[in-house]
Design a protein around this ligand. Structure first.
Ligand code: HEC
Length: 148
């Protein structure tokens, strides 16, 4: 009985080697960057669950006419740097996502750190079929001061 549980646990652990985050977007990364990328994906998923998925849903499909989708969103995919600003400062204007107009306010998350923003962004740009690749914290630090 106990052995069965042990074997189950081992099987589970060995299936969690991070390879589920491999995709063509990460092919050219160094070994160190691949490790960072995998860590960002794991942390990013947790942060997404805490800060975003209530509204945008765990699968990123949004909620009807109220909450725009992130999965396959032309608006989001157009500009990751704008997404840093939206995460940190929220958004409160009409926008058009995949041809649909949305105009409900999204709250700010001013207490999120640059690294947390990089992790969330890496996660949402590499989930649901997106393959933008690793978005290092350096990019957030460089761009976040330019938010209007
Ligand atoms: C309280 C609900 C809510 C939460 C929580 C929330 N959002 Fe939003 N989000 C919205 C709404 C509503 C809009 C549209 C805002 C507008 O029209 O001004 C939006 C817009 C967006 C957009 C741009 C539009 C698109 O679909 O591409 C992105 C990107 C985005 N949110 C990402 C996030 C991320 C990442 C998080 C977590 C850090 C998050 N949001 C948390 C409600 C929310």
């Amino acid at each position: 009985m106990k052995l069965g549980i042990l074997l189950l646990t081992l099987g589970f652990l060995s299936s969690c080697d991070g390879s589920k985050f491999q995709n063509s977007a990460t092919q050219d990364l160094s070994r160190a960057d691949k490790l960072h990328y995998e860590q960002y994906m794991i942390q990013g998923q947790q942060l997404y669950k805490t800060y975003c998925s209530n509204c945008h849903q765990p699968d990123g499909t949004g909620l009807g006419r109220l909450i725009p989708p992130l999965s396959q969103s032309d608006y989001m995919l157009e500009n990751p740097y704008r997404t840093f600003c939206i995460i940190k400062y929220g958004l409160n204007k009409e926008i058009v996502v995949n041809g649909e107009a949305y105009n409900q306010p999204m709250p700010a998350n001013e207490r999120l750190t640059n690294i947390e923003i990089a992790q969330i962004t890496t996660y949402i740009y590499n989930s649901w079929g997106h393959e933008r690749g690793y978005i290092p914290v350096k990019e957030v630090s460089q761009e976040i001061n330019k938010c209007q």
